[in-house]
Design a protein around this ligand. Structure first.
Ligand code: CA
Length: 466
C-alpha cells in the first residue's frame, strides 16, 4: 500500500554550518548520529541557500520559489499560508503531514502553518528552556529543553499515525541559533580543551568590498554579555580577549549541536525499531550556514562560503547508495520538487527548483545546473550586512553589493555606494582576495555578468537600479 511511496523525515536545524558536522570533516566536533544519515546515504558538498537567513530560507524550502516570488525577503516579511507548498501537495495525495519545532514564518491568521495534519511550533525564535509552543493554534508552556521537546513531540506524533499511509514530517530544531544556550547534560563538554580557530580568524578585510569591514558580527567586538554569559577576564591583550570570546561562543554552539546529535539518534533509532528505515527518506540540513569564527565573525547573511553552504545529508536505502558523495550544485529551492517527485506527484509549474532525484540515483543529467543565483535583501538591519546579489559557479563567485534597502520591510538605510567582488574559488577557497579589478579576469567577469543577468531574467527577479 504505502510501500511504493516513501516516508519523508525532514530534520532541519537553525544555523548549523556544515563545518561543524564530522561527516563534512569538521575540525572542531563530532556528530556520530547525524553521520549515520551520511554513512547510509549521500552527502552533498555543494548545497546552497538562495538567501542566507532564517525566515526566507524556510519559505523557499516550503514553496519551491525564490524570495522575490514568495514575498518572504527578510525576517520581517511573514509567509502567506495560502501559497502552494510541498506539504500541501503531499497531504492532498494521501500523505499524513506534520511539523514540529521552529516555524519562524509568522503566526496567527494567514501566517499559521497550513498543509499539516498536525503542527506544534515555537512562536518566533522560541526559547531554549521551558518554551511556549503553539499546538494547532493553542499556546502552551512546555517544561524542558527545546531540542528534547521537539523530538518528544515528533516521536509522539509518529507513534499515533495511521500506519496504512505514508508520512511526511518536518522536525525543525531551534538550536544552535544565537544565543547558544546548552542543556545541563552537555554544559561541561569541551571544558578542558581549546577548540581550534579557523584559518581566516584574523581576516583584516583588506582588498575587499567595504561591506566586509562594515559588518557588525565580529567575535572581538560584537558579541554581547548575553551571548558570552560570563564576564571577560581582566588583563587580556586584545588578541587574547578575541580568542577567549571565540572559545566561549564556539563551545556553547557545539554543546547545542551535541544535543541535536543525540536527538537525531533518537529519531533514527525509532525508524530502526519500527522497521521503517528502508522506506523512509531521512534528511539532515540547516536553514543556512554560519560563520564559526571564519573571517573573525559569527552569524551568516553574506554570500561567502561558510554562510551560503547548507549541510545536506540524505538517506534512503531503497534508492540511494550508502556512503555516496555528490559535488553538483543543489539549492534549498530544489527540495520541494525532489520530495514530490519521490512521492509520485507531478512537479507543479510554480516550483522554480529542480528535482535532484537523478543525482541521488548516481546520475548527473547533462543539463544539470552549474551556477546558482543568490540575493540577500535585509540591508543594514541587525549586523549591518549590505544588500547584495550574485552568482556562484563551480569555480567563481561574483557578488554585487547594491547596498540599498529599497522598499523591503525590515531593511534599513542608509544606502551605500555599490561595489563588486569576484573570487576565484579554486585559487582562493577562503575568499580573501577580491580579483574584480584584476585585468586577467576581464573575460570571466563579462561571462559571469551575462549569466547573472540571464538567471535574474529566467527566475523573474529585477536587477538593481539606483
Ligand atoms: Ca537560521
Amino acid at each position: 500500500m504505502s510501500r511504493t511511496r516513501p516516508n519523508v523525515l525532514f530534520i532541519m536545524s537553525d544555523d548549523h554550518a556544515s563545518h561543524a558536522i564530522s561527516a563534512y570533516g569538521s575540525r572542531i566536533n563530532t556528530t556520530p548520529q547525524i553521520d549515520r544519515i551520511s554513512e547510509g546515504g549521500m552527502r552533498f558538498n555543494n548545497c546552497f541557500c538562495t538567501n542566507s537567513i532564517c525566515t526566507p530560507s524556510r519559505a523557499t524550502i516550503l514553496t519551491g520559489t525564490y524570495n522575490h516570488i514568495n514575498g518572504v525577503t527578510t525576517l520581517s516579511t511573514h509567509m502567506d499560508g495560502r501559497l502552494l507548498t510541498y506539504p500541501k501537495l503531499m497531504q492532498q495525495q494521501g500523505y499524513q503531514t506534520a511539523i514540529v519545532g521552529k516555524w519562524h514564518l509568522g503566526h496567527g491568521g494567514i501566517h499559521d502553518p497550513t498543509g499539516f495534519d498536525y503542527w506544534n511550533v515555537l512562536p518566533g525564535q522560541g526559547l531554549y528552556h521551558n518554551p511556549v509552543m503553539i499546538e494547532m493554534g493553542e499556546e502552551k508552556v512546555r517544561e524542558g529543553y527545546v531540542t528534547d521537546l521537539i523530538t518528544d513531540f515528533s516521536l509522539d506524533w509518529l507513534r499515533q499515525r495511521d500506519q496504512d499511509k505514508p508520512f511526511c514530517m518536518m522536525v525543525h530544531h531551534k538550536a544552535p541559533h544565537r544565543n547558544w544556550e546548552p542543556d545541563d547534560k552537555h554544559a561541561d563538554m569541551y571544558e578542558d580543551e581549546d577548540i581550534p580557530e579557523p584559518v581566516t580568524f584574523n581576516d583584516d578585510y583588506a582588498n575587499r568590498a567595504k561591506a566586509a569591514a562594515a559588518a557588525k558580527m565580529r567575535i572581538d567586538r560584537d558579541l554581547t554579555d548575553k551571548d558570552l554569559k560570563q564576564p571577560v577576564p581582566e588583563g587580556l591583550t586584545p588578541q587574547e580577549e578575541k580568542q577567549w570570546k571565540y572559545q566561549r561562543y564556539i563551545k556553547d554552539y557545539l554543546r547545542c549541536i551535541a544535543s541535536i546529535d543525540d536527538n537525531v539518534g533518537r529519531l533514527l533509532d525509532y525508524l530502526d525499531e519500527e522497521g521503517l528505515t528502508e522506506d523512509t527518506i531521512v534528511i539532515y540540513t540547516s536553514d543556512q550556514g554560519f560563520f564559526l569564527g571564519d573571517h573573525g565573525w559569527y552569524d551568516k547573511r553574506f554570500m561567502y562560503e561558510e554562510s551560503l553552504r547548507m549541510p545536506f545529508l540524505i538517506r534512503y536505502p531503497r534508492g540511494i547508495a550508502p556512503g555516496s558523495v555528490n559535488d553538483d550544485i543543489i539549492l534549498n529551492v530544489d527540495f520541494p520538487a525532489t520530495f514530490v517527485d519521490y512521492a509520485g506527484i507531478d512537479i507543479p509549474a510554480a516550483f522554480q527548483g529542480n528535482s535532484f532525484r537523478a543525482l541521488l540515483q548516481g546520475e548527473t543529467p547533462d543539463d544539470w545546473q552549474t551556477a546558482m543565483y543568490y540575493r540577500y535583501w535585509m540591508h543594514g538591519a541587525h549586523h549591518n550586512v549590505y544588500a547584495h546579489y550574485g552568482i556562484r559557479t563551480l569555480r567563481h563567485k561574483l557578488i554585487y553589493y547594491y547596498a540599498d534597502p529599497l522598499d523591503q520591510e525590515g531593511a534599513v538605510g542608509p544606502t551605500e555606494e555599490p561595489e563588486w567582488e569576484l573570487f576565484d574559488l579554486t585559487r582562493d577557497p577562503h575568499e580573501l582576495v577580491n580579483v574584480y579589478d584584476d585585468p586577467r579576469y576581464k573575460d570571466v567577469i563579462k561571462t559571469l555578468k551575462a549569466d547573472l543577468s540571464h538567471l535574474q531574467d529566467t527566475l523573474g527577479d529585477t536587477p538593481y537600479e539606483p
